[in-house]
Design a protein around this ligand. Structure first.
Ligand SMILES: [Zn+2]
Length: 71
């Protein structure tokens, strides 16, 4: 499954992180080498995604409920 992130130019989900990780450091696409966004913005994007995944859709909870029957 895709992480939800992909380079707009080449579609690669891989990023090249700067040696000095601060919120203003720019990260680059590992596929084509273009500048993607600042590390701080990327972090917030990943965190927002993780938060969204914690709030599971009802259908996914239903699947798990079926997989683990209540005794
Ligand atoms: Zn790229």
């Amino acid at each position: 499954m895709r992480s939800g992130f992909g380079c707009e130019s080449c579609g690669s989900p891989a990023v090249r992180l700067p040696a000095d990780l601060n919120d203003d450091a720019m990260i680059e696409c590992d596929g084509c080498g273009c500048t993607l966004m600042a590390w701080g913005a990327f972090k917030r994007r990943v965190e927002a995604q993780e938060t969204a995944e914690r709030h599971e859709p009802a259908e996914r909870r239903a699947i798990r409920a079926r997989a683990q029957p209540v005794r």
